[in-house]
Design a protein around this ligand. Structure first.
Ligand SMILES: Nc1ncnc2c1ncn2[C@@H]1O[C@H](COP(=O)(O)OP(=O)(O)OP(=O)(O)O)[C@@H](O)[C@H]1O
Ligand SMILES: [Mg+2]
Length: 249
């Protein structure tokens, strides 16, 4: 069997799962991201914090291929995917849960989940559904209900579970706690921690910087389309700029 020479093998081991270098993107002529570099190792929970309009959603959409990069590179699992269409990135395991709990309101919980698994072999769907119901008891109890009748928190769980049905290698979560009551915010963060504990690689976008940094391994701070700080989550939490701008301390 062929095996790569040591140097190539080491390079493959050294390269993070998601490796974004000097990425720029935007909307037509309007640039929203400048030279963004981010890396995420397999199994890590990495958070991206930033205020309104900083470009967080734009970054996630550029990673999942919904927006084209105007410069820079995105490498995933050792492959350059910068120009790969969104559906092929999804097949490789880049799965985005969009902001605003976008469930298909007129459909049942279970049909929403099935849609999330549309690209998987039919034979795997039953086991995948069982896995989701084991993770999210509320969804199991309400699996025949119309998604639009769920509470805000349950809809967010459904949006996350629908993403998981696609069997992500990296899950891109866009402000999962937004607009939820404090108890439901707790639930969402507990869910993210559980997913991480089960080995899911997560890129978590949040305005709730304190909560996000509390559970993350590392973090990035985005301001006006540029990464201005990065580091272990614990050190960002004690950084003066972060404390002042994002933690209200
Ligand atoms: N569809 C669009 N067309 C043009 N400009 C856009 C579009 N969507 C976002 N923008 C602009 O791009 C910049 C980044 O927006 P983005 O939505 O990525 O920010 P965000 O960090 O996700 O903010 P929020 O916390 O409000 O979700 C903003 O200046 C915004 O006005
Ligand atoms: Mg956003």
């Amino acid at each position: 069997m062929w095996s790569p020479p040591t140097s190539a093998r080491e390079a493959a081991i050294a390269e993070p799962l998601l490796n974004v270098a000097e990425l720029s993107s935007g909307y037509g002529p309007v640039r929203a991201l400048w030279d963004v570099s981010v890396r995420i190792e397999e199994g890590e929970l990495v958070t991206l914090v930033g205020g309104n309009g900083a470009g967080k959603t734009t970054l996630l959409r550029t990673l999942s291929g919904l927006l084209p990069a105007s410069a820079g590179t995105i490498r995933f699992a050792g492959e350059d995917i910068t120009r790969l269409p969104a559906h092929l990135r999804a097949r490789r395991g880049i799965v985005q849960v969009p902001e605003g709990r976008q469930v298909l309101a007129p459909m049942t919980v279970e049909d929403n989940l099935r849609l999330g698994g549309y690209a998987r072999p039919q034979g795997e769907i039953g086991a995948a559904l069982a896995e989701m119901y084991a993770l999210f008891n509320d969804l199991r109890l309400r699996r025949r209900d119309i998604a639009g009748h769920l509470s805000g928190g349950q809809q967010q769980m459904l949006a996350i579970a629908r993403g998981l049905m696609a069997r992500p290698r990296v899950l891109l979560l866009d402000e999962p706690s937004m607009g939820l009551s404090p108890i439901l915010v707790d639930e969402v963060f507990a869910t993210v921690e559980r997913l991480r504990a089960s080995g899911t690689t997560i890129f978590l976008v949040e305005q709730n910087a304190y909560r996000a940094l509390s559970i993350a391994d590392r973090g990035y701070v985005l301001e006006a389309g540029r990464i201005i700080l990065e580091g272990p989550a614990a050190s960002l939490m004690v950084n003066d700029r972060v404390k002042e701008a994002y933690l209200g301390l």
